[in-house]
Design a protein around this ligand. Structure first.
Ligand SMILES: *[C@@H]1O[C@H](CO)[C@@H](O)[C@H](O)[C@H]1NC(C)=O
Ligand SMILES: *[C@@H]1O[C@H](CO)[C@@H](O)[C@H](O)[C@H]1NC(C)=O
Ligand SMILES: *[C@@H]1O[C@H](CO)[C@@H](O)[C@H](O)[C@H]1NC(C)=O
Ligand SMILES: *[C@@H]1O[C@H](CO)[C@@H](O)[C@H](O)[C@H]1NC(C)=O
Ligand SMILES: *[C@@H]1O[C@H](CO)[C@@H](O)[C@H](O)[C@H]1NC(C)=O
Length: 569
C-alpha cells in the first residue's frame, strides 16, 4: 500500500498537475456591492498579484498583551512590546508555513514573504489558473462613479485542510472605491495669506483665544489648554499619512506658522517619507487641502514635535487604499512614531471581514509597541464616511476596529456642540469591547427604542473622542482657506497626545500607546463632555450627543491639564 501511495504522489508531481484537494468556500458575497457593476469575465491570461494572509500562531496572546500594557490598572501598564515580541505572536507556526507552501508548490506556485513576521505572502498567477485553484470566477467590475475597473470575484474557496492555516486570499471579495478621501468642505477666503518674511517676531505668539469666525492654533490651545512650550524629546514624533499622491506644501506651512506661531523657528517643517510611488511635489498649485490641513495643524499645535508626512502614492495595489501597506511598512520599522493620524476612512462593508480583521490586528500590533493610532470617524453622520443614501446605518472603517482611536467632530465653543456630519455608530464586524462596555450600555439605555433595527447594538461603538472640526483656517497657495470635516479633528487630537507623550518621555515614562483603555477609565473625567447636537443620515436624526459617551462625539474633547494628571504627571 505504502509503495503504491508513494508512486501515485510521485506521478502527480512528475506530471505537474495539481493534487486534487477538496475545496470549501472561504469568503463570499451574495451580490455585487452597491456602487459597483459587473462588466464581464476577466481575460484568462491577465496576471493577478494575490496576497495570502496566513493564520498567526497566537493572536489571542497579542491582544491579551496589548490590554496588559494599555490598561492603567494593569501591573504591566506602559511596558510596551518589542518588534520581536510582537512578531512571536503574529508569526505563523511551522506547521502552517509547511502546509501552505506544500499546497503552493503542488500547484507550481512560488510565494514571496512580504512581512517581517512572515504572516503575509504574495503570489502571482493568471486568472484562469486562479479560477481553478480557488474555484473562483475572477471578473472585471467597475466602480460606477469613478469608472475605475478592478478584477474581483464574488466567492473563492480554499482546500478544507488549509482552513486552520490560510486566513484569506486578497484582493478577492473586497470591493473598494478608488480612494478613502473624506469629503472635506472647502471654503476659500478671498483674503490673501501673505508669504512669511524670513525675520520672525520675537514678541510672542498671538494670545491664545478664538477669533469669532474661524479656528486657528491659538484657539485650540485656549479651548483645550494645550501648552505651547517647545517639545524636547526627539524620539517622540508624529506620522501624518497622506494618500492618493496628495502633497503637503512646505511654503504654505511657513505662511501658516508665520501667522499662527511667529515664535517658532523659521526652519520648522515636516519631513516627507514616500510609499507606493508617493511623492513630494512642492509646486504650490499641486498641494492638497487634506495634506496641508494635516501638516499645518500638527506642526502648529504640537510645538516642536517632529512630524513625518508619509506620502502614499495612487499606485498602491493593496486593495484597501494603501492602509495595509502603511501598517506593514511602519511595523517593519525598528523605530516607531508615538502617534499616527489618518484623516481618511471608508465604509466597513466594502472590506471583507477577514481582511478588515487582519488590518485591525496590525493596529493592535502598533498599539502593543506603544503607538497611538488615530483615525477620523468620517463625515456622513450615521450614513457612513461620506454622505450617501441608505436605510440601515453605515459603520466606518477602520473606526469600528477597537484598536484604533476614532475621532469625531465638534463645532462652536460657547458651548461646544457636535458637528452634524460627525460619523458615529456601531460596527457590524467587532463586538463591544470590554473597555467601553459600560459606556455603551449607558448610552443604549438612554437611547431606548430610537433607531432600533438600524444599527448593531452589540457592536463596537465609535467615535471614542472628538475635537473641533469646523472652519479650520489653513494657508493654501497664497490664500486662506477654511475647511470642515473630521479630517480637522484627528490631527488636533493626535497633537494633544503627542504633547502629552513629550511630557511623559521627558519624565522618564513610557508613551501612552493604545489609548482606549486609558481614555474610558482614568482619562474619561479629563474630557470635556459634549452633550448636544446629533449626526443625521439615512433619513433619520441619527444619534444624539448626551452626558457621557455617545456615538457622535465619543467621550468628548480633550482637556490637556486634566489628561496630564490622569496620565500620572
Ligand atoms: C462567471 O462570471 C461571468 C461574468 O464575469 C458570467 O458571465 C459567468 O456566468 C460566471 N460563471 C459562472 C460559472 O458563474
Ligand atoms: C522684517 O522684514 C520686513 C520686510 O522684509 C521689514 O519691513 C521689517 O522691518 C523687518 N522687521 C524686523 C523686526 O527686522
Ligand atoms: C501610476 O500608474 C500610472 C498608470 O499605470 C502610471 O502612468 C504612473 O506613472 C504611476 N505613478 C507612479 C508614481 O508610479
Ligand atoms: C523608520 O525608521 C527609520 C530609521 O530609524 C527612520 O528614519 C524613519 O523615520 C522611520 N519611519 C517611520 C515611518 O517611522
Ligand atoms: C452585529 O455585531 C455582532 C458582534 O460583532 C456580530 O457578531 C453580528 O454578526 C453583527 N450583526 C450583523 C447583522 O452584522
Amino acid at each position: 500500500m505504502l509503495a503504491v501511495a508513494l508512486a501515485t504522489s510521485f506521478f502527480v508531481l512528475a506530471a505537474g498537475k495539481p493534487v486534487a484537494r477538496s475545496l470549501q468556500v472561504h469568503e463570499a458575497r451574495a451580490s455585487v456591492p452597491q456602487g459597483f457593476v459587473l462588466d464581464g469575465p476577466a481575460s484568462p491570461d491577465t496576471l493577478l498579484n494575490l496576497r495570502l494572509g496566513l493564520v498567526s500562531s497566537n493572536i489571542d496572546g497579542l491582544i491579551g498583551a496589548l490590554y496588559d500594557v494599555s490598561t492603567p490598572s494593569s501591573t504591566k501598564y506602559g511596558q510596551h512590546l518589542s518588534k520581536a515580541e510582537v512578531e512571536t505572536f503574529v508569526a505563523p507556526t511551522t506547521e502552517t508555513l509547511d502546509a501552505v507552501h506544500e499546497w503552493l508548490s503542488d500547484n507550481g506556485v512560488t510565494a514571496d514573504t512580504t512581512s517581517s513576521a512572515g504572516d503575509w505572502l504574495m503570489v502571482s498567477m493568471p486568472v484562469d489558473k486562479a479560477n481553478v485553484m480557488f474555484d473562483a470566477n475572477f471578473s472585471v467590475f467597475s466602480h460606477e462613479s469613478s469608472g475605475q475597473q478592478s478584477i474581483r470575484t464574488l466567492s473563492y474557496s480554499i482546500p478544507t485542510d488549509l482552513k486552520a492555516h490560510l486566513d484569506f486570499v486578497h484582493p478577492t471579495v473586497t470591493f473598494t472605491p478608488p480612494s478613502a478621501k473624506l469629503p472635506l468642505k472647502v471654503t476659500p477666503r478671498s483674503v490673501a495669506a501673505p508669504t512669511a518674511p524670513k525675520n520672525r517676531s520675537t514678541s510672542g505668539d498671538p494670545a491664545g483665544d478664538c477669533p469669532d469666525t474661524y479656528i486657528d492654533t491659538g484657539c485650540l490651545a485656549a479651548l483645550y489648554n494645550i501648552p505651547r512650550t517647545p517639545a524636547t524629546e526627539p524620539s517622540n514624533y508624529i506620522v501624518v499619512t497622506g494618500f492618493d499622491d496628495e502633497y503637503a506644501n512646505q511654503g504654505d506651512l511657513q505662511t501658516f506658522l508665520y501667522w499662527n506661531r511667529p515664535c517658532m523657528s523659521d526652519t520648522t517643517t515636516f519631513t516627507v517619507e514616500e510609499l507606493d510611488g508617493g511623492g513630494n511635489d512642492q509646486d504650490p498649485s499641486d498641494a492638497g487641502y487634506e495634506a496641508n490641513l494635516d501638516t499645518q495643524f500638527t506642526v502648529g499645535v504640537a510645538t516642536d514635535v517632529p512630524v513625518i508626512f508619509l506620502s502614499v502614492g495612487e499606485n498602491s495595489t493593496d486593495g484597501v487604499f494603501g492602509f495595509l501597506d502603511v501598517a506593514n511598512d511602519i511595523l517593519n520599522n525598528d523605530t516607531l512614531p508615538s502617534v499616527i493620524t489618518t484623516s481618511y476612512g471608508s465604509n466597513e462593508e466594502y472590506i471583507s471581514f477577514n481582511v478588515a480583521n487582519s488590518l485591525c490586528n496590525a493596529y493592535a500590533q502598533l498599539g502593543a509597541r506603544g503607538v497611538s493610532v488615530l483615525f477620523s470617524s468620517g463625515d456622513g453622520g450615521v450614513s457612513g464616511t461620506q454622505s450617501e443614501s441608505c436605510t440601515d446605518f453605515v459603520p466606518s472603517f477602520p473606526s469600528g476596529c477597537p484598536y484604533v482611536t476614532s475621532v469625531g467632530a465638534t463645532q462652536s465653543y460657547e458651548p461646544e456642540v457636535a458637528a452634524d456630519f460627525s460619523s458615529g455608530g456601531f460596527s457590524n464586524y467587532w463586538a463591544t469591547p470590554s473597555f467601553q462596555a459600560s459606556a455603551v450600555s449607558s448610552y443604549l439605555s438612554y437611547l431606548g427604542s430610537t433607531n432600533a433595527g438600524l444599527f448593531n447594538a452589540s457592536g463596537r461603538g465609535f467615535p471614542d473622542v472628538s475635537a473641533q472640526g469646523v472652519t479650520f483656517r489653513i494657508a493654501y497657495d497664497g490664500y486662506w482657506v477654511d475647511l470642515d470635516g473630521t479630517s480637522c479633528s484627528s490631527p488636533t487630537f493626535a497633537s494633544v497626545i503627542a504633547v502629552l507623550n513629550d511630557q511623559l518621555v521627558a519624565n522618564g515614562k513610557p508613551t501612552l500607546g493604545w489609548l482606549n483603555p486609558f481614555l474610558y477609565s482614568t482619562g474619561a473625567s479629563a474630557m470635556n463632555d459634549i452633550t448636544s447636537g446629533d449626526n443625521p443620515g439615512c433619513n433619520t436624526n441619527g444619534f444624539s450627543a448626551t452626558t457621557g459617551w455617545d456615538p457622535v462625539t465619543g467621550l468628548g474633547t480633550p482637556n490637556y491639564d486634566l489628561l496630564l494628571s490622569a496620565a500620572g504627571l
